[in-house]
Write a protein that binds this ligand. Structure first.
Ligand code: BGC
Length: 378
């Protein structure tokens, strides 16, 4: 069998040389030679590409394995100011699943409830430090406690990502000046307030000024007053009306602490004291949902004899905007914020570092785009 193959090869080699020899023109010989050369080059190129691809693939696998392996071993401590907060529930669930998707082990992610008490949360932070976490993600109960928290965490040489409740400018300056591994991930609450105001402005003065007295009578339901989100939303929603040349009259301004039941009670009282209310501004959707309950119990109809806006784009609120029972809301993008927070934690862990402020945009939501936003958050 082998012999046969050898002789066959010999015969074909001979015929090839004869063929080449038969040709009287030296061009043909050169042609054969150059096509052989081309074929050889192509074969080499192909092989080189194959080898390069294989090397690249292996390198990527090795990187993944190293990174995945590293992250899987890293311990993450997450402090949430209060588990019962609707928005922070969306945020923390997304944060956890994104951390796992990036390679952290679910067993190494510990998320604790500060129960809206700074002393409890500070204790939890101390426990995390003692237990040796590699990185901390903190949604402070009181942003004004940030300096104390930062000192504790930086003192233990642990990188820190603040979320949702922005520490003040002096505190952020300290991170910058000391080049600490500390950053904040969140949105600029001024933008959400402005969008709330613009939703009302865009309806047109004649539509909103229901009693035609030339002024927009409103009530304001605020979140936790020490939270910059509450301060800015309160200020900038009204400022947007004024900037558009509308005269405003505040009938009532109450603290609902981000809470639906509290807001429901406050709005019930405010509406009975001020039936001339034309607009209800709520610093978040949970409170707007509470406001809506009271608006309906008072026999009022959103879009007809009163207007209502919130912030967050909770699914229930989006459904209300679609149904017309809420005038509008502002999408507080918990996907983008939680992913950026996790990415920032990873950057600290692998030594890449972060900017001290990592921002995210809000999105104005009215009946025009509420369905689209609802589809994207589901
Ligand atoms: C959200 C609120 C939430 C608060 C918690 C805000 O950004 O809009 O719904 O209660 O964060 O700090």
């Amino acid at each position: 069998m082998k012999k046969k193959l050898v002789s066959l090869l010999t015969v074909s080699a001979l015929s090839l040389s004869v063929l080449a020899g038969c040709s009287s023109s030296s061009d043909s010989a050169a042609d054969v030679a150059s096509s052989a050369e081309e074929a050889a080059e192509e074969a080499v190129e192909e092989k080189t590409e194959e080898v390069a691809d294989a090397v690249e693939e292996t390198a990527a696998e090795v990187t993944d394995a190293v990174a995945g392996g590293d992250l899987a071993d890293k311990k993450v401590g997450v402090c949430i100011y209060q588990f019962s907060d609707n928005f922070m529930t969306l945020f923390r669930n997304e944060l956890e699943s994104y951390l796992v998707a990036q390679g952290f082990s679910a067993d190494n992610i510990t998320i604790v409830d500060g129960a809206n008490d700074q002393a409890t949360q500070t204790n939890q932070i101390q426990n995390f430090i003692t237990s040796g976490v590699d990185v901390l993600i903190i949604n402070p109960v009181n942003s004004s406690s940030a300096a104390t928290i930062t000192d504790l965490v930086v003192g233990a040489n642990i990188p820190l990502v603040y979320i949702n409740r922005e520490p003040d400018a002096d505190e952020e300056q300290r991170w910058e000046d000391n080049n600490w591994n500390v950053c904040y991930v969140g949105c600029d609450a001024r933008q959400s307030g402005t969008y709330q105001g613009e939703i009302i402005v865009d309806l047109g003065k004649d539509v909103v000024d229901l009693n035609g007295d030339g002024k927009i009578q409103y009530i304001m339901i605020e979140g936790d007053p020490e939270n910059v989100d509450a301060q800015y939303r309160t200020e900038f929603s009204v400022k947007a009306l004024e900037d558009a040349g509308l005269e405003v009259e505040c009938l009532d301004d109450e603290v609902g602490n981000w809470d639906q039941a509290t807001a429901q009670q406050l709005v019930a009282n405010a509406l009975s004291a001020h039936p001339e209310t034309e607009v209800v501004f709520c610093n978040n959707d949970a409170m707007a949902l509470g406001a809506l309950q009271s608006i309906e119990s008072a026999g009022r109809t959103v879009g007809t004899d009163i207007y209502l806006v919130g912030v967050d784009a909770l699914s229930e609120a989006l459904e209300d905007v679609i149904a017309g029972t809420m005038t509008g809301t502002v999408f507080n993008d918990h996907f983008s914020q939680s992913h950026s927070a996790a990415d920032a934690a990873i950057n600290f862990l692998n030594g890449a570092g972060n900017d001290h402020y990592i921002g995210c945009d809000y999105v104005k939501v009215t009946a025009d785009n509420a369905q689209e936003i609802l589809d994207s958050v589901k």
